[in-house]
Design a binder for this molecule. Sequence first.
Ligand code: NAD
Length: 368
Amino acid sequence: MKLNIAVLPGDGVGPEVTREAVRVLRAVSDFCGYDFRFEEAPIGGGASVEFGQPFPPHTRERCLNSSAVLLGAVGGPQFDHLTGERRPEAGLLDLRHTLGCFANLRPAIAFPSIAACSPLRPERLTGANLMIVRELLGGLYFGEPRAIDQAGHQAFNTMRYTEHEIERVARVAFKLAERRTKKLISVDKANVLETSRYWRQVVTRVAKEFPEVALEHALVDSFAMNVITWPARYDVVLTENLFGDILSDETAVIAGSLGMLPSASIGGRVDLYEPIHGSAPDIAGKGIANPIGAIGSVAMLLRHTAKLHAEADSVDFAIEAVLKAGFRTADLLPAEQRAKAVSTEEMGRRIAEATIEALNSRMAYHAV
Ligand code: NAD
């Protein structure tokens, strides 16, 4: 098995968490005798300062020639002076657009071993295992026209969705629902927005191709309350770009920390994997960021891009095993216990070791 992985560490904690995710992939590659190659490239604010663009042409080329892209995060207050196309986030949107990955899968699982990290009551968390499917290439983030019109004292963005954009992401969500609990909730704002009313029409039509899946529709405002009140009621959540961005950060409360959540963006020329969090400027450079979101993202890479299901399961198992053994980064501990926290590097190393143990046990089991 050969994989060329473009690694874009980016800004803030991005380099710290991607280093640990690569450590885990290297461990899998070495143990299994695979040929995983890693090539780094710049993106984000640092790239914008150094190369004049947040997604420079050589990064674009490296990504398009790779089997998968692993991204850290972009942005930070030191780049606030950059405007327009030079903003770090413009580089991220350009990357997603270039790769063409329109379906962003964002799982949020409540691990029982860290239920205490969530402000939610434990009985509300039991069984919570959500998969948000966020449309990634449409809506307000890409709609034209968009501008700050200083002279006219106004600013505007455009929310637009085509039938094709809705159909293709809906099919991804329905296929996932078929393999999970056969429940899908589509979240929109159909009582106010035309784009949402159209979204609802198209999703309802696509549902006919998946008769086994029970489809429900919800309005985003009440869903934002319900998903945090009873997260275990939901399974696959399909929604548009902006709503998905906000709702998935909200579901970090279920997992206990924003640093826990991974993501995969699929459907285009090359798949993209990244933790859902940002560059966390408040903790960058301290070696304390939680790398589990980034490591969970490479488990998704092993599963979706490489089709290495046993290896992917071993990484997921290792994450849980290390948490069960009591190891916590600072974000998973109350302030008075943070002295006991492990560093980003220790968490990464322990998960890499536990992954190899898990792979070893699998081999021993199959050898019996
Ligand atoms: P953020 O996700 O960076 O941080 C929010 C909070 O979560 C902070 O308190 C941070 O310390 C904590 N956090 C985030 N990741 C963590 C981790 N791995 N371990 C422990 N704690 C973690 O969001 P923000 O502060 O709103 O944004 C900071 C910058 O990141 C902004 O410039 C924003 O535009 C950018 N951003 C980038 C992405 C991306 O690259 N995909 C996503 C969101 C925000």
